[in-house]
Design a protein around this ligand. Structure first.
Ligand SMILES: Cc1cc2nc3c(=O)[nH]c(=O)nc-3n(C[C@H](O)[C@H](O)[C@H](O)COP(=O)(O)OP(=O)(O)OC[C@H]3O[C@@H](n4cnc5c(N)ncnc54)[C@H](O)[C@@H]3O)c2cc1C
Length: 372
C-alpha cells in the first residue's frame, strides 16, 4: 500500500468539497478547485521529473486517484482531472517528440494548461476506428476538416489531443495531433447540459480547414490507433480508480447512516433487508478493487490484459451505478434530496457505463476474446 499517495489530496478536502451542490446545480467548471488540484500535486504523479512530474508508477498513480475519489465529492472535477492526466498527459509523455514534450508537458503537468482529447464524432463513438474527421497534408501542415462531440473539458481547454483520419478506413489510417484552442479554423462549442458530472464541462469542436504544423503530430502518421489503445487502457485503470475511491466512501457513509438511523425502535442496519443490501455493496466494492488491482499490476508488467481491462471497466462502472442506487434506497427520503449529495452520486455514476467504451462494447470484446 502506498498510502502517501492515497492521502495526497486529503489536505485539500475542504477546498475540493466546497459548494459542490451549488456548482453541480449551475453546471459550472470550478476553477478555484482546479487550483487546489494543481497545488495538491495530483496532476504531476505519473510524469517524468524532467517535465515537472513526480515520476511515480502506474499502480502508484492509481492509488493517488483512488484517494482523490475518496476525498472529493466533486466527481465532475475529478473526471476533468483524470482526463488531463490520462487522456492527454500520458500519451504525450509516451509518444510525442522531445520538442513537443518540452514545450507542453510542464504546463499540463502543473495544470496551468487545461486539456481535452477528442475522438468521438456526431456520427459515432463506439466505432472509434471509423473517424470522419479528415486531415490531408499540405506541405509542412495538416489541413483538418470535420467535427467532434462529447469532448470533456472542451469549453475550458487550452490544448486538444485530436484524433483524425489521414489514411484509409481502419485502425492504420488514424493520426494524433496536438492543437491549441485558438488555432484559426477551430470552433469550440458552448458547454452542453448533462445529467451528472456536471462540473466537468463537455462540448463540441468543429474544424474548417484548420491548419496544424506537422511538428504537432504525436507519434508517427498512421499511429493514432496505437496512441488511442494506450490511452484507453489507462482510462480504465486511472479513471475508474477514482470511481473505486468514490464507492468506498459511499459504502462507509451508508454503513454509518444505517447504524445511526432508527425505525421501529432499532437501527435500520439490524434489518436484513438493509444489511444484505450493504453486504452486496461491499461485495461490489471489493470485486472492483480486486479487478483494478490485478489488472493494473498486469499492465504494469507489460502482460496482455485485453480481457482483464474489458472486465474491469464493466465491473467497476456497473458496480458504481448499483451501489449509488443502493445508497439512495438505504437513505430513504434523504437519498433523493439534493442537500445530502446521495442522489448526485447516482447521477454522476450513469455516464461511467458509456464513456471509455460502453458496457455493450466491453461485452462484445470479452465475447470476441473468448472466441465467440
Ligand atoms: C460524460 C462523458 C464524457 C465523454 N468524454 C469524451 C471525451 O473526452 N472525448 C471523446 O472523444 N469522447 C468522449 N465521450 C464520448 C464517449 O466515448 C461516447 O459517448 C461513447 O464511446 C459511445 O458513443 P456514442 O455516444 O456515439 O454512442 P453509440 O456508439 O452511437 O452507441 C449507442 C448505443 O449502441 C450501443 N452499441 C453501439 N455499437 C454496438 C455494438 N456493436 N454492439 C452492441 N451495442 C452497440 C452502445 O453500447 C450504446 O448503448 C464522453 C461521453 C460521456 C457520456
Amino acid at each position: 500500500m502506498t498510502d502517501d499517495l492515497f492521502h495526497l489530496t486529503a489536505p485539500w478536502a475542504e477546498q475540493l468539497n466546497a459548494d459542490t451542490r451549488e456548482l453541480d446545480a449551475a453546471g459550472a467548471f470550478p476553477y478555484g478547485k482546479w487550483k487546489a488540484i494543481q497545488e495538491s500535486g495530483l496532476l504531476r504523479v505519473p510524469f517524468a521529473p524532467e517535465f515537472g512530474g513526480a515520476g511515480r508508477s502506474l499502480t502508484e498513480t492509481m492509488r493517488a486517484l483512488e484517494g482523490l475519489g475518496h476525498t472529493s465529492r466533486d466527481a465532475g472535477l475529478s473526471f476533468s482531472a483524470s482526463t488531463q492526466i490520462v487522456s492527454v498527459g500520458t500519451p504525450l509523455q509516451r509518444f510525442a517528440s522531445h520538442e513537443l514534450k518540452e514545450e507542453h508537458l510542464p504546463r499540463i503537468v502543473s495544470g496551468e494548461a487545461i486539456t481535452a482529447h477528442a475522438i468521438t464524432e456526431r456520427s459515432g463513438g463506439s466505432d472509434a476506428v471509423n473517424l470522419a474527421t479528415v486531415a490531408h497534408r499540405d506541405g509542412d501542415h495538416y489541413v483538418v476538416t470535420g467535427d467532434k462531440m462529447f469532448i470533456t473539458n472542451a469549453p475550458v481547454a487550452d490544448l486538444f489531443l485530436l484524433y483524425v483520419r489521414t489514411g484509409k478506413p481502419g485502425p492504420f489510417g488514424l493520426t494524433t495531433l496536438l492543437v491549441d484552442a485558438d488555432t484559426p479554423g477551430l470552433t469550440v462549442g458552448p458547454a452542453m447540459d448533462k445529467i451528472g458530472l456536471r462540473t466537468s464541462p463537455i462540448g463540441t469542436l468543429a474544424f474548417d480547414g484548420m491548419r496544424v504544423p506537422v511538428g504537432r503530430r504525436v507519434g508517427p502518421e498512421g499511429a493514432g490507433f496505437r496512441v488511442l489503445d494506450y490511452v484507453m487502457k489507462r482510462e480504465v485503470l486511472f479513471g475508474f480508480s477514482i470511481t473505486l475511491g468514490e464507492m468506498t466512501r459511499r459504502l462507509e457513509e451508508t454503513i454509518a447512516f444505517a447504524k445511526e438511523r432508527h425505525q421501529f425502535g432499532r437501527p435500520i442496519s439490524s434489518y436484513q433487508g438493509v444489511s444484505h443490501k450493504i453486504a452486496d455493496m461491499k461485495i461490489r466494492v471489493e470485486t472492483a478493487r480486486k479487478w483494478l488491482t490485478d489488472t493494473g499490476a498486469k499492465v504494469e508488467r507489460n502482460e496482455d490484459a485485453s480481457l482483464d481491462l474489458a472486465v474491469t471497466k464493466t465491473v467497476v462502472s456497473e458496480a458504481n451505478v448499483q451501489t449509488a442506487l443502493d445508497a439512495v434506497q438505504i437513505h430513504g427520503g434523504r437519498g433523493v434530496l439534493t442537500e445530502h449529495g446521495i442522489e448526485r452520486d447516482l447521477r454522476n455514476s450513469i455516464a461511467g457505463t458509456i464513456y471509455s467504451g460502453t458496457s455493450e462494447i466491453q461485452r462484445n470484446r470479452i465475447a470476441m476474446l473468448l472466441g465467440l
